[in-house]
Design a binder for this molecule. Structure first.
Ligand SMILES: *[C@@H]1O[C@H](CO)[C@@H](O)[C@H](O)[C@H]1NC(C)=O
Ligand SMILES: *[C@@H]1O[C@H](CO)[C@@H](O)[C@H](O)[C@H]1NC(C)=O
Ligand SMILES: *[C@@H]1O[C@H](CO)[C@@H](O)[C@H](O)[C@H]1NC(C)=O
Ligand SMILES: *[C@@H]1O[C@H](CO)[C@@H](O)[C@H](O)[C@H]1NC(C)=O
Ligand SMILES: *[C@@H]1O[C@H](CO)[C@@H](O)[C@H](O)[C@H]1NC(C)=O
Ligand SMILES: CC(=O)N[C@H]1CO[C@H](CO)[C@@H](O)[C@@H]1O
Length: 521
């Protein structure tokens, strides 16, 4: 774009000034982002941002490290002030309780459970651990904490109880037969009796399609969802306060998901949850390159499109959710997944999934592993925590079409502003480490000038190092306050006549209050 003009500029610039200065000026590419003010192309839930808490014990290790520490549900310090403040800042943060060991957990309540053991390391068993058990006193503690922090809670239930295991030595990991709902029902009844609020009950973890460590057929799972729905209806007779029912919490597979939705039928599943680990293994040395490669990142768009289509065709009474997404599997990449660079993946995923009409996106994890929003040992927010919080505060539910014809390394998403009527919020991600962009946002249907000042939030890594854990907002490092509170996230006000100046390796949120998008009125 404008290359001949910029080379003339470059030449005359170099004659007068230094090369370094000129190359940084000349590198700025002009980009016009067109936003359609009407109609909206998709709609998210009010609480699109979600983060997970996981069961992993301290001795869950990958690649010679054990990155969960005391962040698992049985060990997490629920009195940590930073943790509580980080959650409260969202007013309300969605929390999904689940993970690989979901189908290895039983609940110590009712008569169907005889023993209540801890997870023990058992290399030959599923995920390398024995069955584990949740005592009701820990469940009580967790609920005090979840209530105090205002969380909206999704709980994933064990979906393997009662089924027939594959025979020893069988290469197929298919579990057959009906789900036995008794332990789940006793646990849910206990939860109701205590007045603990649950937003949604999810059935199982990663048993769809080919499965991860076990699988169940789609039609069977559909029948089990009806059983779960009936338990929910019975335990919560008032439809206005009935929790949602979610499933299958596994990887998308077209035929399986369609069978599942057709068998469960109208009005049973409220959220169709599927998981994303599109960056590959955490140990992959090329992770840092994949994470900022737009061609690589685009590949997963087809899955979101297909999942959304399955819901439209076979479950229009429900919505698609990303129920768990850590990016890189096996606890994330040690030097990548908790750093600024991960935002190239994470915020892009939020933009992409909301444009494909997903309602919720649950990030693995709030805490634990290498991919958490909070540091596993210090609880200090990582860069993605602030990205999530800004998204939550700025991006409203209505998604708008936003397009440009500039470099593929510049990614742009737009939603109606969360706050101002008619206004829009724009997320701009610059994955290029060399090119600056001067971005103007125009209303495709209405080219009249917008004269109101706009609010800009520029996110960059400390010292320009994309593998830093420290995030700068408008040039200033974000640090907890003295009372361990999340700092204020203040925008910089910019004159409407100026373009938005987007530095290399940066992420920018912009709030354009005066945009007058009819879809946002
Ligand atoms: C916390 O508990 C109180 C008392 O039961 C209830 O009124 C309130 O809605 C709960 N809040 C949340 C976020 O669950
Ligand atoms: C957590 O913080 C410590 C201390 O700053 C750091 O060494 C470590 O890499 C961080 N770990 C993760 C997973 O973020
Ligand atoms: C949104 O509006 C509320 C109430 O008017 C205000 O307190 C808050 O600061 C606004 N948030 C943003 C991000 O502008
Ligand atoms: C930009 O990234 C490329 C590819 O990773 C790398 O080879 C190059 O050195 C980087 N340039 C700068 C200015 O950091
Ligand atoms: C176009 O913008 C003007 C001024 O901002 C506004 O008065 C008008 O209603 C807008 N028209 C449409 C179709 O959005
Ligand atoms: C066109 C452009 O700016 N390309 C660069 C985008 O960023 C990547 C990674 O930072 C570089 O490798 C490209 O050269």
């Amino acid at each position: 774009m404008g290359s001949s003009r910029s080379s003339v500029f470059l030449l005359s610039c170099v004659v007068l000034l230094s090369w370094r200065f000129c190359s940084s000026l000349a590198a700025a590419e002009q980009v016009k982002v067109k936003v359609k003010g009407v109609p909206s192309i998709a709609k998210t839930d009010d609480n699109f941002i979600c983060a997970t808490l996981d069961w992993w014990p301290e001795n869950k290790c990958d690649y010679n490290q054990c990155p969960w520490g005391k962040a698992g549900l049985f060990n997490l310090d629920l009195n940590n002030k930073i943790l509580a403040n980080a959650m409260k800042a969202f007013n309300s943060l969605r929390i999904r309780i689940g993970g690989s060991l979901t189908d290895r957990v039983v609940y110590n309540v009712g008569t169907s459970i005889k023993k209540c053991p801890h997870f023990k390391k058992r290399p030959k068993e599923m995920f390398g651990f024995s069955m584990g058990c949740l005592h009701m006193d820990r469940w009580d503690e967790l609920n005090v904490f979840l209530n105090k922090t205002g969380a909206l809670v999704t709980f994933s239930l064990n979906a393997l109880l009662g089924r027939q295991k594959p025979a020893a030595g069988d290469s197929d990991i298919l579990w057959s037969g009906d789900w036995n709902s008794q332990n789940a029902r006793d646990f849910m009844a206990y939860t109701v009796s205590k007045g603990y609020k649950i937003d949604s009950w999810e059935l199982g973890n990663e048993l769809s399609g080919g499965g991860v460590a076990a699988r169940v057929e789609g039609k069977q799972y559909g029948k089990d969802m009806i059983v779960l729905k009936n338990v929910v209806k019975e335990l919560y007779p008032d439809p206005s306060t009935q929790p949602k029912v979610l499933g299958p919490g596994g990887f998308y597979d077209e035929q399986w998901f369609n069978d599942f939705l057709q068998t469960s039928g109208p009005g049973v599943v409220d959220g169709v949850t599927h998981h994303t680990y599109n960056l590959g293994a955490g140990v992959d040395k090329t992770l840092i390159n994949k994470i900022r490669d737009p061609y690589f990142l685009d590949q997963v768009a087809q899955t979101y499109k297909d999942a959304s289509r399955s819901v439209d065709l076979f479950g229009p009474w429900s919505g698609a959710w990303v129920g768990e997404a850590g990016g890189a599997y096996n606890s994330g990449g040690k030097d990548v997944s908790h750093t600024f660079a991960n935002g190239f993946w994470y915020l892009d995923q939020l933009g992409m999934t909301s444009a494909f009409n997903h309602k919720v996106f649950c990030r693995q994890a709030l805490i634990g592993g290498n991919y958490a929003l909070l540091n596993t040992t210090t609880f200090i927010p990582n860069p993605d925590y602030y990205g999530a919080l800004l998204w939550h505060r700025l991006m409203g539910k209505n998604v708008l079409s936003a397009t440009h014809e500039g470099s593929p390394y510049l990614r742009v998403y737009s939603h109606c502003s969360k706050n101002s009527s008619g206004g829009i919020a724009v997320l701009i991600i610059n994955m290029s480490n060399s090119t600056s962009f001067d971005v103007s946002v125009v209303n495709e249907h209405n080219l009249s000038e917008n004269s109101e000042q706009r609010e800009e939030y520029h996110l960059t890594p400390k010292d320009g190092n994309i593998q830093s854990d420290v995030l700068l907002l408008n040039g200033t490092p974000l640090k907890l306050t003295e009372s361990s509170d999340i700092p204020a996230l203040n925008p910089q006000l910019v004159d409407a006549s100026k373009t938005i100046s987007v530095a290399p390796d940066s992420i920018v949120f912009v709030n354009l209050k005066g945009f007058k998008a009819p879809a946002c009125a």
